[in-house]
Ligand binder design. Structure first.
Ligand SMILES: *Cc1c(COP(=O)(O)O)cnc(C)c1O
Length: 381
C-alpha cells in the first residue's frame, strides 16, 4: 500500500457496534467484563483504548514498523526510550538537537547515572571513537533543529549494530512522509506528533515506532507502567490530522523550497540552512534518505545583530512568532531565546545557534503571500 492509502486506512476499521466510519472517541477509563478474566481485550485505558489503538496501528504502518506507541508528549516518548537504559550506560547523541531533548538528557537522565556524548555525528570515524563497551544507544535527530544538518542514518545504524547498541531517530522534522528511519536500519523512530503528524497545532503528543516484537513489548510495558498516555480525544484529533499528512507535506515541501530560494538571494541574509540546495553539506545524504526536503528553513542576518532578529520576528504578519512547527500555519521563531534558551550560550553558538538565527516553519498559505510578508519584514531592518 502507498503512503496516502495507508494514512487513510491503516489500523482503521468501521466501529464494530454501529459501523461508524470514523473511529469513535472511546472516552472511558474502564471496560465491563463478562465474568472474571473474560473481556474483549480491553481492561483499563492506561493499558489499551480503542481510539489509541487505531492511532498506534496507523503510525506503525506509516513508519513501516510493527509496533506503534503514543505518549502524552514527544518528551514522554523520549523519556520512555531512556528508560530502556540502566546506570552506567552511555549514549552518543547529535549535538545540534531539540532543546528539550538536550535538557532531559543533561538535567534528568544524567543524574540517573547515564553518560551522554554530544557530537555532530557527521564524521563516522569520530563517532566510532566515542564507542565503548557501555555504549547502549545512539540518538540521532535528522534534519537537526534548527541548523538543518543531515545525519546519515544508514552509517549510524552500521556503527550501532557493530557496538551492540540501539539506534533511535527523532524523525519529527521530516515526518513519516519524507523519511522512514526503520527502513534505513534504525531500531526506534520517535516523533513529536505535536508537529507535522497532527499538523493542526491543537494537540501535544509523542510516538515511538519499532519493527521488533521484543523491543515493542518492552516499550509497551514501560508505556503502561509509567503511564504517560494521551487521552482518546487527542488520539481522535491526530487520526483526523493524519488523513491529510501526505497532501500537507507536499505543500510544505513546495512552499519551503520557494521560501528557501527567496532567502538565498536576499541581500540581508548571511547564511541559509535548508538541505535542498545542491551546495548544502547534507544535500547528497538528504537526497538518498529523504523523499523531499521539508518545510523547515533557518537563516542568519548579515551583521548578526540580536536587535535585527528581534525586529524581523516582530515584523512578520503571516509568520506568527511562536514555538513549535509543522502546523498548517506558518511560524517564525528565534531559537537562541526560544526553543534553545535551555542550552548554554557557548554550547549553542558552537552548533551555529547565533543571535541572528531565525527559524521558519513554512505553512500551507499561498506562497506569494508568504514571500510578500518576508519582503516587508526585511524592509524594517
Ligand atoms: C517538539 C519536539 C520534541 C518534543 O516534543 P513535544 O511534543 O513538544 O513534547 C522533540 N523533538 C523535536 C525535534 C521536536 O521538534
Amino acid at each position: 500500500m502507498k503512503f496516502g492509502t495507508k494514512a487513510l486506512h491503516a489500523g482503521i476499521e468501521p466501529d464494530p457496534t454501529t459501523g461508524a466510519i470514523m473511529t469513535p472517541i472511546y472516552q472511558t477509563s474502564t471496560y465491563v467484563q463478562e465474568e472474571v478474566g473474560d473481556h474483549k481485550g480491553y481492561e483499563y485505558s492506561r493499558t489499551h483504548n480503542p481510539t489509541r489503538d487505531a492511532l498506534q496501528k496507523n503510525l506503525a504502518a506509516l513508519e513501516n514498523g510493527s509496533h506503534g506507541l503514543v505518549f502524552g508528549s514527544g518528551m514522554a516518548a523520549i523519556d520512555t526510550v531512556m528508560k530502556l537504559l540502566k546506570p552506567g550506560d552511555e549514549v552518543i547523541s547529535t549535538s545540534d538537537l531539540y532543546g528539550g531533548s538536550y535538557r532531559i538528557f543533561t538535567t534528568v537522565w544524567q543524574h540517573y547515572g547515564i553518560t551522554f556524548h554530544f557530537d555532530p555525528l557527521t564524521d563516522k570515524e569520530k563517532v566510532k571513537g566515542l564507542i565503548n563497551a557501555n555504549t547502549k544507544l545512539i540518538w540521532v535527530e535528522t534534519p537537526t533543529n534548527p541548523m538543518m544538518n543531515i545525519i546519515d542514518i544508514k552509517a549510524m545504524s552500521a556503527i550501532a549494530k557493530g557496538a551492540g547498541a540501539l539506534l533511535a531517530v527523532d524523525n519529527t522534522f521530516a515526518s513519516p512522509y519524507l523519511q522512514n528511519p526503520l527502513d534505513q536500519g534504525a531500531d526506534i523512530v520517535m516523533h513529536s506528533v505535536t508537529k507535522y503528524i497532527n499538523g493542526h497545532s491543537d494537540v501535544v503528543m509523542g510516538a515511538l515506532v519499532v519493527d521488533d516484537d521484543e523491543l515493542g513489548a518492552r516499550l509497551a510495558t514501560l508505556q503502561n507502567s509509567c503511564g504517560a498516555v494521551p487521552g482518546p480525544q487527542d488520539c481522535f484529533l491526530v487520526l483526523r490530522g493524519i488523513k491529510t499528512l501526505h497532501l500537507r507535506m507536499e505543500r510544505h515541501c513546495e512552499n519551503g523550497a520557494e521560501v528557501a530560494r527567496f532567502l538565498k538571494s536576499h541581500p540581508k541574509v548571511e547564511n541559509i540552512y535548508w538541505p535542498g540546495f545542491e551546495d548544502s553539506p547534507g544535500y547528497l545524504v538528504a537526497k538518498r534518505q529523504m523523499f523531499g526536503f521539508g518545510g523547515m528553513v533557518s537563516f542568519t542576518l548579515k551583521g548578526n545583530r540580536l536587535k535585527d532578529a528581534r525586529r524581523f520576528c516582530a515584523a512578520t504578519d503571516l509568520f506568527s512568532l511562536a514555538e513549535s512547527l509543522g502546523g498548517v500555519e506558518s511560524l517564525i521563531g528565534h531559537p537562541a531565546s526560544m526553543t534553545h534558551a535551555s542550552i548554554p550560550k557557548e554550547t549553542r553558538e558552537k552548533t551555529g545557534v547565533v543571535d541572528s538565527l531565525i527559524r521558519l516553519s513554512v505553512g500551507l498559505e499561498n506562497v506569494e503571500d508568504l514571500l510578500q510578508d518576508l519582503k516587508q519584514a526585511f524592509e524594517t531592518i
